[in-house]
Design a protein around this ligand. Structure first.
Ligand SMILES: [Zn+2]
Length: 377
């Protein structure tokens, strides 16, 4: 009996994420070796030697000395910031390995199936490149993609990616539900994007031509969630006891999460396809509904499509006024240890509460809203 208990405890320890190798700790260890330090074995596990080597390496570099204390949570920030500090260290980013595109349809002709994976891979790459070229975003983390026109198949793919480790557990029934909602449904996890097409499709050239703007919008939206997860240092699994309420995500409030993903997606299709949702449309949709930002913020994810429309308008006005850099700063500040409220004030020069109140006035008055977006008022 005793032996059985010990065995179980050992297995539990191995399954516990904080005991597992952390890919960003490994990245930092490799970067330290390249900097001439000795972090101990390159094993993705954070110990005394890695900490000591890091302390030596950053000594005299003010941009690094002010980063949050190295931990499994902040390893992603360290890995990215060391790469920004010295371009020799970029090659250790996990994002330098090829993204997994898990999208082959078994029931298709071979060349069609290949075309689908290749097409999705190219579209994801375009999004990633755009974030870098247009907004200087270069993630340390790799973003994989699972897609299918069958809900069951995409759920199986998600399970497989989860089993490969490092991925958060996603109840696959949520994935299945999303597949039925619209022509393209998508969802982003800490490490991957899931895309569902509503019906079985013929993956031919005509289809890719028809779908590419919507797909681009969708991928740019979901990729921005990956940016939020990384910038806010929220890549690690949140661990909590069974029966306990899960702690709130650092990636919040929910209207900022979804509104900024839509705002960036709209910029992406503007630049890439010269197609976009006009400010008038964004305003019309956003002021139709009466949910306040504060009410939306109380949930960790948006349930209603109208919540997205209100959120999009709220961030559209902020983005136009303060620019994409301010939006990015909001997420990045959180990954540097700031609370989301302090970060909001730092990025947008007003408190979160003040904007949530101001937005209620702006959304009822189009001239005032557009004037605010243009930098007045
Ligand atoms: Zn979203």
């Amino acid at each position: 009996m005793k032996r059985y208990l010990i065995l179980t405890a050992t297995l539990l320890m191995l399954a516990h994420p904080s005991f597992a190798a952390n890919q960003f700790v490994r990245c930092v260890q490799e970067q330290l070796v390249a900097m001439g330090q000795d972090p101990g074995p390159i094993d993705g596990s954070l110990g005394k030697r890695t900490r000591a080597a890091l302390a030596k390496a950053i000594n005299g570099h003010p941009d690094l000395e002010t980063l949050p204390r190295m931990s499994n949570t902040y390893a992603v920030t360290w890995c990215r910031k060391l790469g920004q500090h010295s371009s020799d260290l970029l090659k250790f980013y996990p994002s330098e390995t090829k993204a997994v595109i898990n999208a082959d349809e078994p029931n298709l002709e071979k060349n069609e199936a290949l075309m689908q994976s290749a097409f999705l891979g190219v579209e994801l790459e375009k999004v990633r490149d755009w974030y870098y070229r247009a907004h200087n975003v270069r993630l340390a983390s790799r973003v994989d993609l699972a897609a299918s026109s069958s809900g069951k198949r995409v759920a199986a793919r998600v399970r497989k990616m989860q089993a490969q480790g490092g991925h958060a557990k996603v109840p696959t029934k949520n994935v299945l539900a999303r597949c039925k909602q619209s022509e393209i449904a998508a969802y982003a996890d800490q490490n991957f994007i899931v895309v569902c097409f509503q019906n079985e499709k013929t993956f031919d050239f005509a289809w890719t031509e028809k779908i590419k703007v919507r797909l681009g919008y969708t991928l740019a939206h979901e990729y921005f969630h990956s940016i939020q997860f990384e910038y806010a240092a929220a890549k690690q699994l949140i661990v909590y006891r069974k029966g306990q309420k899960p702690p709130r995500s650092k990636v919040r409030p929910s209207w900022m999460v979804e509104g900024s993903a839509d705002y960036m997606a709209n910029l992406y299709i503007t630049d890439t396809y010269k197609r976009f949702i006009t400010p008038d449309r964004i305003f019309e949709y956003g002021n139709k509904h009466d949910q306040t930002l504060n009410k939306i913020a109380r949930t960790d994810s948006l349930r209603d499509p109208t919540d997205y429309e209100v959120s999009f308008l709220a961030v559209h006005l902020l983005g136009e006024r303060y620019g994409v850099d301010a939006l990015l700063k909001y997420w990045e500040n959180i990954g540097l240890g700031m609370t989301h409220k302090a970060s909001f004030e730092d990025a947008f020069n007003m408190t979160l509460d003040a904007y949530e109140k101001k937005f209620e006035i702006l959304r009822k008055d189009k001239d005032a809203a557009f004037a605010f977006a243009a930098g007045f008022g």
